[in-house]
Design a protein around this ligand. Structure first.
Ligand code: S3P
Length: 175
């Protein structure tokens, strides 16, 4: 298996915050699929959704995963929250390296995305209801895509990173 660590999970579960810190600690490259898409498209995620629609964005996500599969090693990769929803992406994610699902409760997510305006899928009057709805659809996809699951709800970034490192010592080695 490739020596990458891929973080999946719902919006606001801490993929980017944890990923940047973990990469630094391991001396790995940090990559973020949303950031790669924004760079390639020259547009924000909201602009892409607005001008070309969600399906177009999902195609860009799959393209990025294919590219990463060809050339990436020793990277911590943070992914958009909808990435594991496509069967094709699930396979691409799992062949890219060790997939870790950062789980979080609805309440923890709500706290973290309150006031957020950059996520078109959360641009709803009742954010709580929307998060609950999406979470219940997505949870089985996250779980079936992941090699391991870490609950981040009441934990600091530091705690989560330590847990990931412990998992790495016990279950897989990165070199
Ligand atoms: C999405 C999550 C976002 C981004 C886009 C769609 C989703 O990324 O890819 O807004 O479908 O959950 P984050 O999970 O990094 O917020």
């Amino acid at each position: 298996m490739k020596n990458n660590i891929i973080l999946i999970g719902f919006m606001g579960c801490g993929k980017t915050s944890i990923g940047t810190r973990l990469a630094k600690k391991l001396s790995y490259t940090f990559l973020d699929t949303d950031a790669l898409i924004i760079e390639k498209a020259g547009q924000s995620i909201s602009e892409i959704f607005e001008s070309d629609g969600e399906e177009y964005f999902r195609n860009l996500e799959t393209d990025i995963l294919k590219e990463l599969n060809v050339k990436t090693d020793r990277a911590v990769i943070s992914t958009g929250g909808g990435m594991p929803m496509r069967e094709e992406n699930k396979e691409l994610l799992r062949s890219l390296g060790h997939v870790i699902f950062l789980d979080a409760s609805k309440d923890a997510i709500l706290k973290r995305v309150e006031g957020d305006t950059k996520r078109p899928l959360l641009a709803y009057e009742n954010k709580e209801e929307r998060i609950q709805e999406l979470l219940s659809i997505r949870l089985p996809f996250y779980k079936s895509c992941a090699h391991m699951v870490i609950d981040t709800s009441d934990k600091s970034f530091y705690d989560v990173i330590n847990e990931i490192e412990q998992c790495m010592d016990n279950s897989f080695k990165v070199v």
